[in-house]
Design a protein around this ligand. Structure first.
Ligand SMILES: Cc1ncc(COP(=O)(O)O)c(C=O)c1O
Length: 333
C-alpha cells in the first residue's frame, strides 16, 4: 500500500494513449504509442502539472502564499507554475536564465500575461540561482509573505510523486490495451519525470523498461541526480525500495549542439509526425527524445530499443516552445 502525500487536483487526468498509425507503419513491425501528457491542460499542460499537484500541495501545507522557481527563458515549468499560482491565488516569482529579450514569445509571453514577477539572471551567473532564490525568499519573508522554493523542473523528492502517480494511471492503460510495452520512453531535462517513472515502474511491478533521452547534461549526471532524489524521497516519505538495483537508463547522443538547439533532423522528425499523425512535438524536449527513439528503433538489433514490439512515448508537452523556433522550419522553399 502506498501512503500518498497531499495532492491537488489540477491536471486533466487520465490522459489518453494513442497509437501512431502512420508513423508506426514506417517502423518495420514496431508499434509506437503515445501517452498524451501534452493534454493535461491547455495553458497548464505537459508533465510539469503532474509534479506540481504534489509540490504546490506541499507549499500550501507549509502555509506558503508565494512560489519561487527558476528555469530558462522558455521554461515550460516556469510557465506552468506561474499560471497555477495565479489560479490558486498565490504570488509567483520566476528567476529566468538570460536577459530580457526584445520580443516576448512562447512561454515567456504567457509568464508576462499572468503578471508573474520576473528576475533575469545572466547565463554566466546562473550557478548562483539557488542562492538568489533564497535571498528573494528572505525578502518575501521580511514583507510578511511566506515563499516556497521549487527547484528547476520541480524535480526533487516531492515532485517525484508526479510520475509515480502517472505509473498507476499507466497500469490501468496497459490493462485496457492488454499488454505492457517493452519500453516507456521520455525526454529528460531535470530528471523528475524519468526518476518518477523508474520508481513507479518498480512500485507497480511493471515489466517495461524506462528509457530516457537527455536534452542536456549527460547520463552520469542523471544517474547521480535521480539516485539522490530517490534517496531523499525514501527518507522523507519512509519508503523502502532497493535503490541500488534500479536501472537508470539514459540514452546519450541526441543533445546535438546544445540545450534548446534542434538539428535539421530533429526539425524534420517534428514535421513528419505532425504531417503523418497530427501530433506536435517541441524542439527542446519531446522532439529530441522522439527523434532519438525512432533513430534507435531504426538501428534494429544494434539500437537501444532492440527487440521492441510496443513502445510507449510519454509526450511531456512543450508546445509553446515550438513557436519561438518556427523560423527554423523549411517548407520546401
Ligand atoms: C516539455 C518537456 N518535456 C520534458 C521535460 C523534462 O522533464 P524533467 O524536467 O522532469 O526531466 C521538460 C522539462 O524539463 C519539459 O518542459
Amino acid at each position: 500500500m502506498i501512503d500518498w502525500p497531499s495532492r491537488l487536483n489540477l491536471a486533466q487526468l487520465p490522459t489518453p494513449v494513442t497509437r501512431l498509425e502512420k508513423y508506426s507503419a514506417q517502423l518495420d513491425g514496431v508499434n509506437l504509442w503515445v501517452k498524451r501528457d501534452e493534454l493535461t491542460g491547455t495553458e497548464v499542460s505537459g508533465n510539469k502539472i503532474r509534479k506540481l499537484e504534489f509540490t504546490i500541495a506541499e507549499a500550501l501545507n507549509q502555509s506558503c502564499d508565494t512560489l519561487i522557481t527558476c528555469g530558462g527563458l522558455q521554461s515550460n515549468h516556469c510557465r506552468a507554475t506561474a499560471i497555477l499560482a495565479t489560479r490558486l491565488g498565490l504570488k509567483v516569482h520566476l528567476i529566468l536564465r538570460g536577459s530580457e529579450p526584445d520580443t516576448l514569445e512562447g512561454n515567456l509571453f504567457l509568464d508576462y500575461l499572468t503578471g508573474a514577477t520576473i528576475t533575469y539572471l545572466p547565463q554566466d551567473q546562473w550557478r548562483t540561482h539557488e542562492t538568489l532564490a533564497r535571498e528573494i525568499q528572505q525578502d518575501y519573508s521580511k514583507g510578511g509573505n511566506k515563499a516556497y522554493f521549487i527547484p528547476i523542473g520541480a524535480s526533487d523528492e516531492v515532485g517525484l510523486w508526479g510520475y509515480i502517480a502517472a505509473c498507476q494511471e499507466l497500469q490501468e492503460d496497459f490493462e485496457t490495451l492488454g499488454f505492457e510495452p517493452e519500453y516507456i520512453v521520455t525526454a529528460t531535462g531535470s530528471g523528475g519525470t524519468q526518476g518518477g517513472l523508474i520508481v513507479g515502474a518498480e512500485l507497480f511491478k511493471m515489466s517495461s523498461q524506462v528509457l530516457a533521452f537527455n536534452v542536456c547534461d549527460d547520463a552520469a549526471y542523471f544517474e547521480r541526480k535521480i539516485r539522490s532524489d530517490i534517496t531523499l524521497w525514501m527518507q522523507r516519505y519512509k519508503q523502502e525500495i532497493a535503490v541500488g538495483r534500479l536501472k537508470i537508463n539514459t540514452v546519450e547522443g541526441y543533445v546535438g549542439q546544445g540545450y534548446g538547439i534542434a538539428s535539421a533532423e530533429v526539425l524534420d522528425t517534428i514535421a513528419d509526425l505532425a504531417r503523418l499523425d497530427g501530433i506536435f512535438l517541441d524542439p527542446v524536449y519531446t522532439g529530441k527524445a522522439f527523434h532519438g527513439m525512432v533513430s534507435e528503433i531504426r538501428r534494429g538489433e544494434q539500437g537501444k530499443l532492440a527487440g521492441a514490439e510496443n513502445v510507449l512515448f510519454i509526450h511531456t508537452g512543450g508546445l509553446f516552445g515550438l513557436f519561438p523556433q518556427q523560423q527554423y522550419f523549411q517548407f520546401g522553399k
